[in-house]
Ligand binder design. Structure first.
Ligand code: PMP
Length: 369
């Protein structure tokens, strides 16, 4: 490539050549006469709250650095979650918070024996990149046929080298949650020096009463870190605000590895404002959950096998028809996310988009059985 040709002397770390490339959701392609919809990044389809837009517009001191401790946001979050503000660490999206956790606990401490990070697969596609970049070795444990984590196999995959386990609930892209009981049983199997991250990016969309809620759990475990984000329910993906919640024994280390000023004052002000309008946020989340119910019931009514969908997306295990289905969706001005020859993830979007998606599925012959 041109980049390689112009800088022949550079020696990027060997691991970079082995990392998968993050394939961000593509914008929809225009189709004549049709409104286009992006259903490929699990974004919130609703526009920002008016109060949030006003808060952003009011931020004039951007010649100054933001508060590195994000005191206003952590104080607001502490009240919302019912936890001490000292247990919260903010980052540039929950992905920023996750990279910080990995940089803190897992890496290439010994050249012959990199630390190991255990996670389910398929799961969030940034995991292999973040783990590899940290210098650690990813140990991928296949999800079960119904898209749930195989926690027994994950516990069995823990070795002397394991430093971190990543749990994703609801699991992106397959959809199901982990229950509280499952996670409690799993934690009993995990050595107390192994950090267990519970990635709850989609927690606000969960409706199953027996689902795990890391915030209710972490105070009993000195090795549990809960990850949350403003990107999904709050609809602030473009501002990059996420956070982790854990005991001070963990946060004391995370504060050392924190990227200074990772959250801008604009992002912090928007997040604080969104929390102060939590009733409006929750009403919007409910609209998306209602649409999710309509989509899942519609698909099942068509005879499609759809796993439990507790996030703002559905998973279609289309196998060899994955790329074909994604192309067909594109012809209907819907951008969806295709994963190899495994399946397609479709975000719950605007009502019109969801209806068009259901119509497309009704015409498609190769339904996941
Ligand atoms: N975790 C999961 C499971 C996700 O699906 C995503 C976003 N797709 C993230 C973390 C990262 O989100 P953000 O960095 O925007 O908070």
């Amino acid at each position: 490539s041109e980049a390689e040709g112009s800088s022949p002397g550079l020696r990027p770390r060997g691991v970079l050549g082995k990392l998968p490339r993050y394939a961000a959701g593509k914008p929809p392609v225009m189709v004549d006469g049709l409104e286009s919809f992006k259903l490929s990044s699990n974004e919130n389809p609703l526009p920002p709250l008016p109060a949030v837009l006003a808060a952003i517009a009011s931020e004039t001191s951007i010649n100054r650095y933001p508060d590195p401790m994000t005191t206003a946001l952590r104080t607001e979050l502490a009240a919302y979650l019912g936890v001490p503000a000292t247990d919260i660490v903010t980052g540039a999206g929950s992905l920023g918070a996750l990279n910080q956790i990995l940089a803190t606990f897992a890496g290439q401490n010994d050249f012959d024996a990199p630390d190991e990070v255990v996670y389910a697969w398929r799961s969030f596609e940034a995991y292999p990149i973040s783990v590899g970049l940290a210098g650690a070795a990813g140990i991928q444990v296949p999800v079960r046929a119904d898209g749930t984590h195989d926690l027994e196999a994950m516990a069995a995959a823990i070795t002397d080298r394991t430093r971190v386990v990543l749990l994703c609930t609801p699991n992106n892209p397959t959809g199901p949650i982990l229950t509280r009981d499952e996670v409690v049983d799993f934690l009993a199997e995990v050595p107390s020096h192994v950090v267990v991250v519970i990635d709850e990016a989609y927690q606000e969309f969960v409706r199953r009463p027996d689902a795990v809620n890391g915030i209710e759990l972490y105070r009993d475990y000195g090795n549990v870190i809960v990850l949350r984000t403003f990107s999904k329910a709050h609809g602030l993906a473009g501002l990059r605000v996420g956070y982790s919640v854990s005991q001070p024994s963990l946060t004391e280390h995370l504060r050392v590895s924190a990227v200074p000023f990772a959250v801008s004052q604009i992002a912090e002000h928007a997040a604080v404002t969104s929390l102060r309008h939590i009733d409006e946020v929750e009403a919007r989340v409910q609209l998306i959950v209602d649409e999710r119910t309509r989509v899942v019931e519609g698909l099942r009514g068509l005879g499609w096998n759809v796993p439990e969908a507790e996030g703002n997306f559905v998973w279609l295990a289309l196998g060899d028809h994955t790329q074909d289905f994604a192309a067909r969706a594109g012809e209907h001005a819907l951008s969806v996310r295709a994963f190899g020859s495994e399946g397609v993830r479709v975000s719950i979007g605007e009502e019109t988009a969801n209806t068009r998606f259901l119509e497309l599925c009704g015409e498609y012959t190769h339904r996941p059985a």
